[in-house]
Design a protein around this ligand. Structure first.
Ligand SMILES: Nc1ncnc2c1ncn2[C@@H]1O[C@H](COP(=O)(O)OP(=O)(O)O)[C@@H](O)[C@H]1O
Ligand SMILES: [Mg+2]
Length: 303
């Protein structure tokens, strides 16, 4: 891919009824649930470099929140900070009312994509069960507990629509099939919060839409809040309550309509950024300061 300016990133938005360029806005009368995640004036430093600083963010029960921003801005680091896997240099994180690291058993975490080797013989159901058993995986669990675990794995496999292939080796499944099974794994212990790091990455566009719809449906059915890191906001935008947009200085948080605007992103990045509406009602962010080499066509199906 040639990388000549203007650089573009496709953060697009589906139609919202009229011809308005405003992104989907959630129902303002919807009651926000209790706060699950509270990040206050947080700063992350890795390898002596400040990744982000002064970040404020909150996630309430029942919410579907996206963390957006260019590659390398620190989206994965923010999820790890919420989990206490990356300590903060300043500021605070509270997860389910406790310091980070103390409530992780109530969180389903899907780390950023690691691909399965095609020769891996572990089956889909084994991967799901790993989420249930955690460190006990591989050791036989006797009797009733084992039967309960098997039933729960079957339930999870059905929840994500993976019954048709869950007994096959995971390395032989498609990216979308693997991702559904990993989501089932993250849901295994009935978490109150799902942290999903680019779960749509590497999927083709139809699968991105399908997996996004699945996540949204499950979030409602299981009453679990979702924080999803996304490179492209398009496939999830209709489901989003809120967006946390990370920039070099910090973060802007609000409804998609508040955050994905020329004015807000220009301020966040300190460089002119334009949010355009395409004829099919999607929004495109132009001039986002993302290294062109990093913004290759990762899904292979973009126009
Ligand atoms: N352990 C680490 N030590 C030093 N730098 C790191 C470490 N982990 C990540 N980084 C750097 O921190 C920045 C943010 O990384 P990351 O959170 O993965 O970004 P994103 O998920 O937005 O792509 C990147 O520049 C990355 O290279
Ligand atoms: Mg990342």
């Amino acid at each position: 891919m040639s990388s000549t300016p203007p650089r573009t990133a496709t953060h697009a938005v589906p139609p919202t009824g009229g011809n308005s360029a405003a992104p989907h806005d959630p129902d303002p009368d919807r009651e926000a649930g209790p706060v699950l995640v509270e990040v206050a004036q947080a700063t992350a430093v890795l390898g002596g470099r400040t990744i982000w600083a002064g970040v404020d963010a909150a996630v309430a029960a029942g919410e579907f929140v996206a963390i957006l921003g260019p590659n390398g801005v620190g989206k994965s680091t923010l999820l790890k900070a919420i989990l206490g896997l990356t300590p903060l240099a300043a500021g605070t994180v509270r997860l389910l009312g406790r310091p980070p690291g103390q409530a992780n058993h109530q969180v389903g975490y899907l780390p950023q994509r690691r691909s399965f080797d095609a020769s891996l013989r572990v089956r889909g159901v084994d991967v799901v069960r790993l989420g249930l058993d955690g460190d006990r995986w591989g050791l036989p669990i006797p009797g009733r507990r084992s039967r309960a675990a098997t039933a729960r794995v079957r339930e999870l496999v059905e929840l994500v629509g993976a019954a048709g292939y869950a007994h096959r080796p995971i390395g032989q499944l498609s990216g979308g099939e693997q991702q559904r099974l990993l989501i089932a794994q993250a849901l295994a212990r009935a978490p109150r919060l799902l942290l999903l790091d680019e779960p749509l990455d590497s999927l083709d566009l139809p699968n991105q839409a399908a997996v996004a719809a699945l996540i949204s449906r499950i979030a409602r059915a299981e009453e679990v809040a979702v924080v999803i890191v996304a490179h492209d906001v398009n496939p999830i935008l209709t489901y989003l309550d809120r967006v946390i947009y990370l920039g070099p200085g910090g973060a802007v948080s609000g409804t998609p309509a508040q955050v994905i605007t020329s004015a807000t992103l220009t301020t966040l990045y300190g460089t002119p950024i334009e949010v355009l509406s395409t004829s099919d009602g999607r929004l495109v962010v132009v001039g986002q300061p993302e290294a062109p080499a990093l913004h290759t066509d990762r899904h292979g199906t973009r126009p």
